[in-house]
Ligand binder design. Structure first.
Ligand code: ZN
Length: 135
């Protein structure tokens, strides 16, 4: 068998197909795949109270983490992802502490994100660290 080499011809793209970055609609999600959106297509929602329910896969116990952000959910989510994947940031939030505790025991977990409430933009003073401590 002799495999024929195929030449690939790359055609120049017509100009009108190149970019449509400026969408007239207010986007609520910038996830590439909508089904991969952490919060049901609403990840660009701003100024909100959100909840993360973290459940180890081997039990029914779970922990709820409530957070507030003045930015978009996505920005906050990306920070959480960083602290959940980065040992150096593992003490950043109660959520990451909890998750890392599970990881140290080789336990898997799921996190379900949801929006609890949208808050007015004047709430922005609350932005930043969630200092609420659990006893
Ligand atoms: Zn999204």
């Amino acid at each position: 068998m002799h495999a024929k080499r195929q030449e690939r011809i790359i055609k120049p793209q017509p100009a009108h197909l190149k970019s449509n970055k400026t969408s007239p609609n207010q986007k609520t999600c910038n996830s590439r795949v909508k089904s991969a959106c952490p919060i049901l297509g609403k990840c660009l929602t701003k100024s909100l109270v959100y909840n993360a329910e973290i459940t180890p896969t081997d039990t029914h116990e779970f922990m709820n983490y409530i957070g507030v952000t003045a930015g978009t959910f996505k920005e906050r989510f990306n920070n959480h992802t960083k602290s959940l994947n980065n040992l150096a940031c593992s003490n950043e939030t109660e959520l990451s502490k909890y998750a890392w505790n599970l990881k140290r025991q080789n336990r898997q977990y799921n996190i379900r994100w949801s929006i609890v409430n949208c808050v007015p933009a004047c709430y922005e003073v609350q932005q930043g660290k969630n200092t609420e401590k659990k006893n």
